[in-house]
Write a protein that binds this ligand. Structure first.
Ligand code: SF4
Length: 222
């Protein structure tokens, strides 16, 4: 989940066989093009503000520790939708591999294990680099990682925290949680339909949400 500019996208799924239709919210005020634009703006603003922090990062091509030895990769439902949209563009074989990887990742995380990101290719490249979630964009390290946590500026952490809140505000009717858990929810037709209509009802995912640490964006605490 690095913010390593070195990982270029490859041609490369959705957790299920079906395609995801990104219809606009039925409320009519927002649509996914608009939301995507706003999300990209938040990412870009973060990049600008964080540029001084990451200028001397030790991250380099081929180093993917933050994608292999990884616990939770937190994403919002909105980011999850754009991941699914991107996955629709990848080849069937690649999608199938990622689908299996997502199932494995979910099972491993449910057992409390570290789990390789399903979007990381065998060549250690991010298959969804252009739409990787903010969790991945915010990561860098001033020193080569060797099993320990990355070395980062405190200011960068504060900036990342504020940025996460903006992304959650943008997705006020959605949820946040580990990548394969959120994609599991979005794969459920009923959940997705409800969410796309801007009418998410937390009671419908209460059991899964509690057991998998899913946060309701509009109820988050600053
Ligand atoms: S989506 Fe996965 S492979 Fe891509 S940068 Fe994030 S953790 Fe790494």
């Amino acid at each position: 989940m690095s913010r390593r500019g070195s990982r270029k996208p490859e041609k490369g799924e959705a957790p299920g066989k079906g395609r995801v239709s990104l219809e606009p919210f039925s409320g009519g005020q927002m649509n996914f093009d608009e939301l995507g634009g706003r999300l990209r703006s938040i990412y870009e603003e973060y990049d600008r503000q964080a540029s001084a922090f990451v200028a001397n990062a030790a991250c380099s091509k081929g180093c993917a520790l933050c994608c292999t030895d990884v616990g939770n990769i937190d994403i919002t439902t909105l980011e999850g939708l754009f991941l699914l949209k991107q996955l629709d563009t990848l080849e069937a074989e690649v999608r199938s591999g990622i689908r299996q990887g997502l199932l494995r990742n979910k099972a491993e995380r449910e057992r409390g294990l570290l789990s390789r990101c399903p979007f990381l290719s065998d060549e250690q490249l991010c298959l969804v680099y252009e739409v990787r979630p903010f969790s991945c964009r915010q990561l860098y390290s001033l020193a080569r990682c060797s099993g320990g946590p990355p070395t980062v500026h405190r200011g960068a952490l504060d900036l990342a925290r504020r940025t996460v809140m903006r992304i959650q505000d943008l997705d006020a009717m959605g949820y946040s949680g580990h990548l394969s858990y959120i994609l599991h929810l979005l794969h459920g037709k009923g959940f997705r339909r409800q969410y796309l209509r801007g009418r998410s009802d937390p009671s419908t995912i209460a059991i899964f949400g509690r057991s998998h640490g899913i946060a309701i964006n509009r109820f988050r605490r600053p």
